[in-house]
Design a protein around this ligand. Structure first.
Ligand code: GUN
Ligand code: FE
Length: 452
């Protein structure tokens, strides 16, 4: 018989942007389907079995884990912007401007995914690698190849990662050897991928296809219009694209689409801006665009590492402004742009970039706190993916996507060492700012242990 999973100890999660909840001596029960069925605060270790009995559970029905000092549960990380085929190119082409980086580094690399065996090998390592780092949900760009994208979907499902997986649409301004042959082939391959993902996960429990126009520069009008049409007839599907990333990109976009004053009007015209849209970067956003993004309920994937290393914007998004207006924001590793595929690194860089913004705005846009970057990596990301009713924190009724952190287990010198007098908030702060995947002892998606 399937067991209930039970933990007793410390749990830390966000109830909202400004509410970090630390539950000490908590008892969390996860039912066999992976749903959190009970969460009790402040219950002594001695009372655990008695309490489980009051829930009607007999000893054969559960498996209890008592957490030690320095160990705690947090929600799994949500990576709202990630390029699976760039797994093997991370760290390359640093400081290049976006269109040069695409031409010289990225397109030649992504073209290799025409070979399904290559795709399987790299994608298997990619999904394992991200799970290892506690990314329980990822919004992945695939390459332009339908077959490789299906393989990515298969691997996420098999390995148990919650994911959006998208065949990348691109039919111009890319080399002959790496672009969709025609608008119709790009759209029909997209429809084929959507049908495939629906077939392997009919209820969309773990995997969804995400419509993925790479960005307007690589898509003709008819392709954007066709994708908008697919979005309209499949309102459950998420949409992702790159948006106002860098000056080089924005000015080329203007020359290709002179009838639009800005990218909000452009993507909006083609029906690609909905509450399910995940817009990567948004580094430059006018007052008009801020208002439209809020009205359209689009989400922002803030990618502070690649913003500072690849793309040529060298400018991070105005996150405080988004938060002030309640525009949904999450974090993206944008791996392989940038050098890191760790959301912990993205959190730290978000904090650093926000401090720079504070100075540049003469104090108007306050830097982000540790609690706030943790929110972005968990509940904020879940909102961007419209998954916050399912995941993002450890509330009863949500699915158990969670990490077991062991802040005392790292080798000396990795995470700031714990001291006797450290309270739990101090331990949490030390983990967020100095921990790494060696401190992530367990990774659960829908209650299933998925770390390899
Ligand atoms: N714009 C279009 N494609 C890409 C990509 O692969 N990475 C980034 N950072 N920006 C893009
Ligand atoms: Fe990207």
């Amino acid at each position: 018989m399937a067991q209930h999973l039970v933990f007793h100890g410390t749990l830390i999660h966000c109830l909202s942007l400004d509410q970090l909840e630390i539950i000490e001596n908590g008892l969390i029960v996860i039912a066999p389907g992976g749903i959190i069925s009970s969460l009790v605060k402040s219950i002594s270790k001695d009372s655990v079995y008695q309490h489980l009995a009051t829930l009607g559970l007999s000893e054969s029905q559960y498996d209890v884990h008592f957490l030690d000092r320095g160990q705690f549960l947090i929600p799994g990380f949500v990576d709202t912007h990630n390029h699976a085929p760039q797994w093997a190119q991370r760290g390359l082409g640093q400081s290049m401007h976006i269109l040069d980086w695409l031409d010289k580094v990225t397109f030649p690399n992504e073209a290799r995914f025409r070979d399904p065996e290559y795709a399987r090998r790299i994608y298997a390592s990619c999904v394992d690698g991200f799970l290892q780092q506690g990314i329980t949900t990822a919004s992945y760009y695939g390459s332009m190849h339908a077959e490789a994208t299906k393989i990515l979907g298969d691997l996420c499902l098999e390995k148990g990662q919650r994911a959006f997986v998208g065949k990348c649409n691109m039919n111009r301004n890319a080399p002959d050897y790496y672009r969709d042959a025609t608008v119709e082939s790009s759209l029909s391959e997209t429809r084929d991928c959507i049908a495939y993902i629906r077939r392997i996960d009919p209820e969309g429990r773990l995997i969804k296809h995400v419509l993925t126009p790479r960005f307007a520069i690589t898509c003709e009008d008819a392709l954007l219009a066709g994708l908008g049409e697919i979005a309209r007839s499949n309102p459950d599907l998420p949409i992702q694209t790159h948006f106002n990333e860098a000056e080089q990109e924005m000015s080329f976009t203007k020359t290709l689409f002179p009838r639009f004053d800005n990218e909000v009007d452009l993507y909006g015209h083609f029906g690609l801006l909905t509450k399910r849209s995940i817009l990567a970067h948004c580094c430059y956003v006018s007052e008009y665009e801020l208002g439209r993004l809020k009205d359209l309920e689009c989400g922002v994937a803030h990618c502070p590492i690649s913003n500072m290393t690849v793309g040529g914007g060298f400018m991070a998004a105005p996150v405080r402004e988004f938060l002030r207006r309640d525009i949904k924001v999450g974090l993206g590793t944008d791996s392989g742009g940038g050098f890191s595929s760790s959301i912990l690194d993205a959190m730290r860089q978000a904090l650093v970039a926000s401090n720079a913004k504070e100075v540049m705005s003469q104090g108007k846009d306050k830097g982000l706190s540790i609690d706030e970057v943790f929110y972005l990596a968990t509940l904020g990301g879940a909102r961007v993916c419209c998954l916050d009713e399912k995941i993002g924190n450890l509330a009863v009724g949500k699915e158990f996507d969670a990490l077991l952190i062991d802040s005392a287990s790292s080798k000396p010198g990795v995470m700031t060492m714990l001291e006797e007098h450290d309270d739990i908030k101090t331990i949490f702060d030390k983990f967020i700012m100095t921990g790494d995947d060696r401190n992530i002892k367990g990774v659960f998606v829908q209650g299933r242990q998925v770390k390899v």
